[in-house]
Design a protein around this ligand. Structure first.
Ligand code: FMN
Length: 178
């Protein structure tokens, strides 16, 4: 897996009146018709309970310049409320917290949950999307090589030199048209 570079996302939700969110690299489009997207949430994370109870999740693509915001949500020492106190966000579709720094996002209804080892896979059906034309490059795993990967391997997540932007696969999801 360390050969592969791919986008990372900030996944947020709302539970018991409180926003919750984490940085996620286990995430990918998984179906075209109907549109589906899989997100892996670590069982040991604080966000696990929230993601288990909430009927929706919001998936954000951040630009590379906003690595600081992504780090707020990938920092195990930081509480969720502290992360949301330190960035600009608003309530969006289904009450999901929407980060203003995102270059694209969608809100998905959780249509299935599947235990997979130490993670839980949430299958999302998008109910609202925002993906304007943008020339900004999304955040990739290789942008986090010096970050603590939390509940995942302690090895570097991506151990090659970052590829040219042109060689990275883009966030060209086919979830639009909703
Ligand atoms: C680059 C990177 C990728 C990560 N990918 C995931 C992921 O796919 N799923 C997940 O649940 N946590 C992932 N994490 C960890 C969470 O973002 C976050 O650190 C953790 O949920 C916070 O732990 P806590 O909720 O126990 O405080 C990742 C962290 C980093 C730095």
């Amino acid at each position: 897996m360390a050969m592969l570079d791919h986008p990372v996302f900030v996944v947020t939700t709302h539970d018991n009146g409180r926003p919750s969110g984490c940085l996620v690299s286990f995430a990918n489009q998984a179906s075209v018709d109907p549109p589906g997207f899989l997100v892996g949430i670590a069982r040991k994370s604080h966000g696990f309970e929230a993601a288990s109870r909430s009927q929706h999740l919001a998936v954000h693509v951040l630009p590379r310049q906003q690595r600081g915001i992504a780090e707020l949500f990938g920092d195990q020492t930081r509480s969720a409320s502290d992360s949301f106190d330190r960035c600009s966000w608003r309530a969006g579709p289904a009450g999901m917290p929407i980060l203003d720094a995102a270059i694209a996002w969608f809100v998905g209804r959780t249509v299935d949950r599947l235990p997979i080892g130490d993670h839980m896979a949430c299958l999302l059906a998008p109910v609202a999307t925002w993906a304007p034309e943008s020339s900004e490059e999304p955040l990739y795993l290789s942008d986090f090589d010096d970050a603590d990967p939390g509940h995942q391997t302690s090895q570097r997540l991506f151990d090659r030199a970052p590829a040219d932007a042109a060689r990275r696969y883009g966030v060209r999801f086919t979830l639009g048209g909703l």
